[in-house]
Design a protein around this ligand. Sequence first.
Ligand code: 8GP
Length: 833
Amino acid sequence: GKEKWPRGDESVWKEGLRSADEDVSSITKSIVHHVQTSLSRQAYNLDDLGAYQATALSAKDNMLLNWNETQLAYTRKQPKRAYYLCIEYLMGRTFDNAILNLGLKDQYREGIDQLGFNLEDLIDKERDAALGNGGLGRLAACYLDSSSSQELPVWGYSLRYKYGIFQQLIAPDGSQLEAPDPWLEHLNPFEIPRYDVQYEIRFYGQSERTTKGRAVWSGGQEVLAVAYDVMIPGYGTKNTNNLRLWESKPKRGFDLQSFNAGDYERAVEASNSAEAITSVLYPNDNTTFGKELRLKQQYFWTAASLADIIRRFKSLDKPFSALPDYAAIQLNDTHPTLAIPELMRILVDEEEVPWDDAWEIVTNTFFFTNHTVLPEALEKWAVPLLEHLLPRHLQIIYDINLIFVQSVEKKFPGDRDRLARMSLIEEGYPKQVRMAYLAIIGSRKVNGVAELHSELLRTTICKDFVEFFGISKFGNVTNGVTPRRWLDQCNPGLSALITETLKIPKSEWLKDLKKLQGLLEYADDPKFQKKWAVVKQTNKERLAHYVETTLGVKINTKAMFDVQVKRLHEYKRQTLNIFGIIHRYFTLKSITPEERKKTNPRVVFFAGKAAPGYYIAKLVIKLIINVARVINADPDTKEYLQVYFLPDYSVSVAELLVPASNISQHISTAGTEASGTSNMKFCLNGGLLVGTVDGANIEIGEEIGDENVFFFGHLTPAVEDLRYQHTYHPVPIEQKCPALAHVLNEISAGKFGEGQTYEPLLNTVRHHDHYLLTEDFQSYIDALKLVDEAYLDQSKWLKKSITTCAKMGKFSSDRAILDYAEEYWSIEPLTVE
Ligand code: 8GP
């Protein structure tokens, strides 16, 4: 039927509607307008930062129009939507990506030029939105880009941390220092505060059971969740999804009674404690941090998000049994698992849905992805803490568990061990709730993030659950990365070369990445190879320029660039790399100057943060920096080997490193890295991969051919046996791996500064060697030797590089998000006209 115009004169409304600023002159007008009004500044007192802000606001206006259209279309057509709950979103910068996705970068460049500024300078003024630690958070960001680009109705939900991941500084002795990241210090042009979207969130208090399994939860502390929206523009489409971030606020400003009584501290206490909830991102990657404030964050975020989802669902006026037809909620790792008992609480206590019906709704609405098999990352919350903070949720968890354990008993009568293994409650002092198990039983489907990882889940953590629920509940979606940011935006030279070579519009291959295969027919073509090499060289020079301006050192861009960038973690084995470098250094020292001239010069880049409390990881940084200091200063070898640690790794720094690598290293102990995603980014940009047979490395090898990857090391099935051998039949390291023993001894002896400092790190290798460095070191060195040999033949190398890029189509996050949409969430694309 025809909709009635809500109020006033429709034609006046329509006349007032803005349209997008797509030509250069509308763009410059819009920028000048924002300088004048939003910033209230003038041409004569405008610096780069101001110009960036005004330009970003003009881009935001364009995005907003699409955002509005998109939300209107969703409201009208009522499609099933997916909600991606992730406690981290590592977005990086927005502006460049936004104008690229809008297809307006050239127009913006010209407009800015006319106004007397330079686009690249303005782009550099934006601060990264670094609301994440690493892989998990960056994956979420790629998935949002893909959901908009593939026109899927997906919203993200997370927290608006006042401080993102800490800023990393390096002290003169090589120690990591941490400083806060007040990223909201300046105006953030890309967020929309929604002061009218607020929910009250309760903590503590009492829960009294009433009838029919219901309860009343009251008392305690109430805080407000306020929404901030971040627009997610799709590439080459109007579809613009939303990332909703919650900020915590006190429900009442401050306690007036205490204030009037002169107790000012007391008066602001409650307000401070409310605001503390979203003040800072926890800087832990792949480990848990069992603190009350973290649990508060998790509940605050899931409760606000669910309240929002349920409010939207209720506006459709459907029975609750229809919720799974309108909403799929993705639990990204266990951090949002409290959403399961929270939805039960809403349905049972507030909406009076019978328990069994509610459970049916819950288990058809949620989906769960696991991101790691490391035991230290499996979340467990102490029962007394949960009871104190969320008394009603603990009751619900106990009820869920009782019913579940009964059904296990029914299927496997008398198997008491099994019951104990599968119970949501782990016995001990204190008892703990196993969040992963709660997520598994409360979800429709469960998946891992690469084939090997999903298989490990099925055979280890989820084994009992596979036997109980059947194998079909446990799937796999291999991760992906967005080719918009990780090729077109970060490597414009390569993007242009690809477009020119494939002879199809950029928009075609960027949304259907398998089209890169068209490059294969040129892989042998010397003219094309030459162009390919020029692009890589330009990117290396751009990186060298960055290093020169930040570290003040000049880099030999003719050398091979070898990159390992990721969080510092023992399982990721940055140690293997630095020990390998020391070995290479000793080898270079031991040969004649003539022989040295025949070697392949190499520059090794490291970057990555260590969790502030992770002592060994911090020691690794210190070692890298002090080894670099010695090697870089040695006149015998400095032409052949240079090592740099780039401080404060971020998405923006990755955008410089990824296009510039000749090789990158992904060398985790087999079976420990769930997937990895930077491996995909480097390969997509024609960098070759040195890696273990782990995570998504395996599938990359399958796609591009093992002859194009430098694999080494033991395989996953061997790892457990090897660890057993190390514990029960230890062989001295001198015997097992003399080359590595020599490296460790030299470090001990003080070759790279006070040897004593590094003993705790060296001992992890000498004693238990949990990550099997002594087992993999020799094969690692051999693999790097093959790299050197392969690099000598540049034409063959370029062929490998081109082939690698051409066969990376599978690893687009478009493929991954479409997998989720079809196989898990059952949502469909909806084109916004
Ligand atoms: C990471 C995995 O370690 C990595 O292999 C995978 O590619 C990535 O997730 C995306 O799936 N896991 C984390 O980043 C992680 O567990 N982070 C914790 C802070 C939550």
